[in-house]
Design a binder for this molecule. Structure first.
Ligand SMILES: Cc1ncc(COP(=O)(O)O)c(C=O)c1O
Length: 791
């Protein structure tokens, strides 16, 4: 046992000093020059005496436990003086020096024991029991705890290295004291808490943001007035240099016990704390495990002390029951629920990772002209730029991107930044994993398994197997290879179908399924196209009954054509948002008719969710919105919110058929960093309110676009699937649409045009966009539409 531990045990075991009240009043007068009446205050280990004075709120004379380390008393003194300098508005007691200018002189009792004595302000307010406090009060409480920590950020004292049993860092020291806990079940719970601490917390504890903290922000040490505003934070006796988040844990430990609304209360305190001191992801991740250790200490330490000192039983055993109740939320399956709720509570008050801070540490951008010239020299014409005067982007945040001159562009271009640019949760997940390990999937790693579990769990039964790749193209390419094997394994005998102006990717095989990129007269032998279900201008119109199925029936013709070419229908590949085809937004019957016909022909239906997936259409997957179950699903783009990660999900039998003859390996597919990014995106989409927000965005955009269309005759149709909106210009002119895009860009909105005639303008803002941001974008669009003539 170390000296500090021994000293702490000494303090906990040694009885508090026992000066009479008359002696205390005399000390106040003689040592500090304060004349007043003395009354006793409660204290666990010191002797605290209130000194009332005729004017003013008075003082507290704190006579330290004889076993107290003078260095620790000095630390408390210096910490309070530090706070008084750095943030005088933080309600902590002021220190008053003795008449000799000392902050903690010595006094001796009748038996010759000497103690250090301090005079501090008496703090107004009172102690509240946890269930008494409103959620607003708890939020303010959390904020006060954070303010104390913030005021102490630059403080240090050698005694802060003291080893305290209450400090979560020393969780392992609780184990030898476990024998004092009578109830075997409770002992079992605490053992599990300590096991989790050893496995998950201890290895990374020293990486957490650390400083000297208060260490004991319990309701006994925080005073509030009648309006439940914090008026005083007292008792700095448990300070140590440790993880900052331990202060939040002590707040939660103290104030969740005995409450019925544990999650709402935690939410309030976490938010309150995070609003003052934004939380880091590691802190949020470990908070429940740290809290569990703290709650365990609240059971173990009193259980031990009660046996040694039965006289203090009443004072401390009260804590135990509350702490045991809290431990139930942190044991077994309940732990994950609590962890999730904490993550949700912290989502809005997370620190931005330093790497994504507003570019302060980034080199200054190169001037556009120079960069353009250098780019031309090395990138060539296969890497074209959007807009004739290119946009030079340097930063993204939420729905916006910013150029080198700081101009903001609302991004409604595509579904990639689905949860908003540089979303802190995603950036943090990527940077954390990148700092730890990145490698291929042929080693065991949690990230890839957990992501696959989450993806398959989100899909209909049977879609139970994932393969990870790096891009939508690769996912579709693999889908085609699976389809060939499914159809007998002979590539020259297999055929596929896609829509007339689809885009599915860049590989040679998938170029054949990408008529958008075909040159005049190009017609791959293995692919036949069907018209996109365009009910506005196509062969079958919305007003005709059964028009959607009439479109689906074209698939039979396409299969017939393939057979004539000596090919067996192997794959029907469709983007469930039909984005390149101009977002024709067919009713569900269209894809239902397609899937039915595909099955009848023995082919695989591949839902390309690269554009529509991850919440865009109001459902997590676009195929859900159409009420179909695909054979294969391909994912990409929004999957990592911009980080390259893509996947294919299918039935086990489809993979097994392929694997009889073939192997597949992707070096970067499913790497731990990519999977961390995708998991963070899924977390964000699963967060409460996200789906509802997608619906609100869809409704707002649709309504406002209808209004704009009523004023702008250039608009022929407004349509959409969920929050994937499109307007088609009356004029079949790609140049007219490009003109709108250019004018919108000038005004700070980036968009994309698409469709067979290039006259459809797509709007896919991040699903994190606020109403104000959307309104701003719509106003720009309306202006940019002008008369929608070519630029
Ligand atoms: C529907 C669809 N599928 C697949 C792809 C190809 O994805 P990637 O560019 O990641 O290869 C795209 C890209 O735009 C797409 O829109």
């Amino acid at each position: 046992m170390t000296t500090s531990e021994a000293s702490e045990q000494g303090v906990l075991e040694a009885p508090p000093p026992r000066f009479s009240l008359a002696d205390a009043a005399e000390i106040a007068r003689r040592v500090f020059g304060i004349d007043g009446d003395a009354t006793a205050l409660e204290s666990e280990r010191d002797q605290n005496v209130r000194i009332r004075v005729p004017d003013g709120i008075g003082f507290v004379l704190k006579i330290s436990n004889a076993a107290e380390d003078p260095a620790v008393v000095d630390m408390q003194t210096e910490a309070l003086r530090h706070i008084a300098r750095t943030d005088p508005s933080v309600p902590v007691p002021r220190m008053h020096p003795s008449v000799d200018g000392e902050y903690h002189p010595r006094v001796t009792d009748d038996e010759g024991n000497t103690s250090l004595v301090r005079l501090i302000d008496f703090m107004p307010g009172r102690v509240y029991e946890a269930p008494e406090l409103s959620l607003e009060a708890l939020q303010g409480y959390g904020a006060s705890a954070a303010r104390v920590g913030r005021a102490m950020r630059g403080f240090f004292h050698p005694a802060a290295q003291q080893i305290l049993l209450w400090d979560v860092r020393n969780g392992a020291l609780l184990r030898p004291l476990l024998a004092y806990v009578e109830d075997a079940d409770v002992r079992g719970v605490i053992e599990r808490v300590l096991d989790r601490f050893d496995a998950r917390v201890a290895p990374v504890f020293e990486q957490l943001r650390a400083q000297v903290i208060h260490g004991d922000m319990t309701n006994q040490n925080v005073l509030l007035d009648d309006r439940e505003t914090v008026t005083g934070v007292i008792d700095f006796g448990d300070m140590s240099h440790t993880a900052l988040v331990c202060d939040l844990a002590s707040v939660l430990d103290s104030l969740l016990a005995d409450r019925n609304d544990v999650y709402d209360a935690a939410d309030a305190m976490i938010r309150g704390f995070g609003e003052v001191t934004p939380l880091e992801e590691d802190e949020v991740e470990l908070l429940p495990a740290i809290l569990a250790v703290r709650a365990s200490a609240a059971v173990v330490i009193p259980s031990w002390r009660v046996i040694e000192h039965p006289e203090v039983a009443d004072y401390i055993t009260g804590w135990i029951q509350g702490a045991i109740g809290l431990l139930e939320y942190l044991d077994g399956d309940a732990y994950e629920t609590t962890a999730r709720r904490f993550r949700e509570a912290a989502a809005d008050v997370m620190a931005r990772p330093s790497g994504s801070a507003r570019g302060s540490s980034l080199p200054a951008p190169i001037p556009d002209d120079e960069l353009l010239e250098r780019r031309r020299r090395v990138l060539g014409s296969l890497s074209p730029l959007t807009y004739s005067t290119p946009v030079h982007l340097v930063r993204g945040e939420g729905a916006f991107m910013f150029d080198a001159e700081g101009r903001a562009y609302l991004d409604a271009y595509n579904n990639v930044p689905v949860v908003g640019h540089c979303h802190p949760r995603v950036v943090e997940a990527i940077s954390r994993q990148a700092a730890r390990l990145n490698t291929n999937t042929r080693y065991l790693h949690e990230n890839v398994v957990e992501l696959a579990e989450r993806l398959t769990a989100s899909m209909p039964e049977g879609l139970d197997t994932c393969v990870f790749v790096n891009s939508g193209s690769e996912a579709n390419d693999l889908a085609w290879r699976l389809a060939i094997e499914w159809a007998g394994g002979k590539e020259e005998e297999a055929g596929g179908v896609c829509t007339a102006y689809a885009y599915h990717g860049v590989s040679t095989a998938i170029h054949a399924f990408t008529p958008e990129e075909w040159v005049e007269g190009e017609s791959p032998a293995n692919v036949v196209t069907v018209p996109a279900p365009d009910g506005y201008r196509g062969q079958h119109r919305r007003e005709e009954p059964g028009w959607a199925d009439a479109y689906a029936a074209h698939l039979d013709e396409a299969f017939g054509e393939l057979r004539e070419r000596g090919r067996r229908p192997a794959m029907v590949l469709m983007d469930t948002g039909f984005t390149s085809d101009g977002v024709p937004a067919p009713p569900p019957e269209y894809l239902q008719g397609i899937v039915r016909r595909t099955r009848e022909a023995g082919a695989l239906f591949v839902a390309d969710e690269v554009q529509a997936g991850f919440g865009r259409l109001g459902t997590l997957w676009g195929f859900e919105a159409a009420g179909i179950v695909p054979d294969v699903v391909t994912l990409g783009k929004p999957m990592g919110n911009g980080h390259p990660v893509a996947a294919l999900v299918t039935r086990r039998e489809v993979i097994e058929r392929f694997q009889r003859e073939r192997e597949f390996f992707s070096t970067f597919g499913g790497n731990p960093v990519a999977c961390a990014a995708a998991a963070a995106v899924l977390d964000e989409i699963a967060a409460p309110g996200f789906r509802e927000r997608a619906e609100q965005i869809a409704t707002l955009l649709h309504r406002r676009l209808d209004e704009i269309a009523a004023r702008r005759p250039a608009i022929g149709e407004v349509r959409g699937l969920g929050a994937m909106l499109a307007i088609e210009l009356v004029e079949r002119s790609a140049a007219a649409a490009k003109g709108v895009l250019a004018r919108a860009r000038e005004r700070g909105l980036v968009l994309l045009s698409c469709g067979l005639d290039g006259n459809v303008i797509r709007l896919l803002p991040p699903l994190s966009a606020t109403d104000d941001e959307l309104q701003r974008g719509l106003a720009i669009l309306e202006e940019a539409l002008g008369d929608a003539s070519p630029e």
